[in-house]
Design a protein around this ligand. Structure first.
Ligand code: AMP
Length: 215
């Protein structure tokens, strides 16, 4: 089962990716995570991406595509993959289709997590992430047992620099202009499944399982 998770920043793509990967053994490919890993290494790709990411703009397609192709090439035949944060525009969607076709692969389902703007702003500005294992918390909705410390591994929690209110608004605008059109793109291909992502994590996940025929 190969899945794309589509939705605005803060729709819960990261959280639900974690749950789907845990339950179905999918390979998780997040272009945001791949870019942040390059940034941490201070590689040329990371340095090029930084200025775009800090502003909440999209990193150029060629840069992201290189990372994505590397990740897809590393997939062993297994249970399938889950794409989180890719594609972000129609040009990326087209390149993805070509890349997969050349490997006799395809996308089975696009899960569109539909979330409202108010919910996104509250979610993202309160989001905290573990520096060591990447686990996601929220200062109100899902606080760690000890403030600033990861329950799972004891690592330090931090706020992504692009989760400030100003950058969140910019990211939402970029989503509206560049990414939202993909909803129709996948609707016409008849693989889109829409889920209400304003609900609690577990309720939204229940809907996702229904759409995947797993419940
Ligand atoms: P994310 O973790 O998916 O919210 O991505 C964080 C940032 O990484 C985005 O705001 C973009 O700057 C960049 N990014 C992630 N995925 C892509 C993509 N598919 N295309 C362009 N930029 C991306």
């Amino acid at each position: 089962m190969n899945i794309v998770l589509l939705g605005a920043p803060g729709a819960g793509k990261g959280t639900h990716s974690e749950m789907l990967v845990r339950d179905f053994g999918l390979k998780h490919i997040s272009t945001g995570d791949l870019l942040r890993a390059e940034l941490k290494k201070a590689s040329p790709v990371g340095l090029e991406a930084k200025s775009y990411m800090d502003k909440g703009s999209l990193v150029p397609d060629a840069v992201v595509m290189k990372l994505l192709v590397g990740a897809i090439a590393g997939i062993k035949h297994g249970n399938g993959f889950l794409l989180d944060g890719f594609p972000r525009n129609e040009s990326q969607a087209g390149m993805l289709e070509e890349e997969l076709a050349s490997r006799n692969m395809n996308i089975d389902r696009v899960l569109y997590l539909n979330v409202s703007k108010d919910v996104v702003i509250k979610r993202l500005t309160g989001r905290r992430i573990c520096k060591s294992c990447g686990a996601v918390y929220h200062v109100f909705n899902m606080p760690p047992k000890r403030e600033g410390v990861c329950d799972k591994c004891g690592g330090d929690l931090y706020q992504r620099p692009d989760d400030t209110e100003e950058t969140v608004l910019r990211r939402l605008e970029v989503y509206r202009k560049e990414t939202e059109g993909l909803i129709n793109y996948y609707k016409t291909r008849k693989i889109l499944a829409e889920v209400n992502a304003d609900l609690s994590r577990d309720n939204t996940y229940g809907l996702i399982l229904q759409k995947l025929g797993k419940k």
